[in-house]
Design a protein around this ligand. Structure first.
Ligand code: PEP
Length: 249
């Protein structure tokens, strides 16, 4: 971990019921969490209100997506204004499932990030290469292109956390090695230094996601440029998520 405050987000994706979520919230409320870590969970939209009213204030709430502009006649969408209204502090944007299953494109994601920031939300800005892109030696190119789309759109990096999530590692149990993750994080920081500013490069937290669990998080957290994690599957288990939060010490 670097000098910025460690950041751990739990992406619950499209999982849970009222009952299972109240159990997860109870487990999180009773977990011992290191004080010097930003902890955020992203429930499905439907359950944000339930989580907001039952979860300890120690943990902030994120949405998993938001609409690209002001709300209105956009059937099925949720606006950044509505997320603010309901007490969300963050939104996850550019997740690989939205890029590759739903088909969201770089420019659209960049616009979403700019709009959400403008409404006062923090953005967890996801990027990451597919397996075939890694095997073709295109990891840096792909990540830089996705990062550039955010950089071109956002007015400031103050409220952005970058999540590097290699697609081949998401939900597969195939975690990147600490060296593989560190190598990309360094390259991303270097890109920010050359293309945004030295200050943004040193201050922006770059977190890793992709099959992080209670057994591998401590080794990953030792890497100089890994400033936290975005956790999918393992964030559905309160005690294991707490272990990941606490892995920085
Ligand atoms: C994710 O979806 O952001 C993620 C990292 O998932 P998992 O931890 O399940 O690989």
């Amino acid at each position: 971990a670097g000098s910025g405050k460690f950041f751990v987000g739990g992406n619950w994706k499209c999982n849970g019921t009222k009952d299972s979520i109240s159990k997860l919230v109870a487990d999180l409320n009773s977990a011992k969490l290191e004080p010097d870590v930003d902890v955020v969970v992203a429930p499905p939209f439907l359950y944000i209100d339930q989580v907001k009213s039952s979860l300890t204030d120690r943990i902030e709430i994120s949405a998993q997506n938001s609409w690209v502009g002001k709300g209105g006649a956009f059937t099925g969408e949720i606006s950044a204004e509505q997320l603010k209204d309901i007490g969300c502090k963050w939104v996850v944007l550019g997740h690989s499932e939205r890029r590759h299953i739903i088909g969201e494109k770089d420019e659209f994601i960049g616009k979403k990030a700019a709009y959400a920031l403008g409404q006062g939300l923090g953005v967890i800005a996801c990027i990451g290469e597919l397996l075939e892109e890694r095997e073709a030696g295109k990891t840096f190119d792909v990540c830089f292109q996705q990062l550039k789309a955010y950089a071109d759109a956002v007015p400031s990096w103050d409220n952005i956390v970058i999540a590097y999530e290699p697609v081949w590692a998401i939900g597969t149990g195939k975690v990147a090695t600490p060296q593989q993750a560190q190598e990309v994080h360094v390259a991303l920081r270097d890109w920010l230094k050359k293309n945004v500013s030295e200050e943004v490069a040193s201050k922006t937290r770059i977190i890793y996601g992709g099959s992080v669990n209670g057994g591998n998080s401590a080794e990953l957290a030792k890497q100089e440029d890994i400033d936290g994690f975005l956790v999918g599957g393992a964030s559905l288990k309160g005690p294991e998520f707490a272990t990941i939060v606490n892995s920085v010490t």
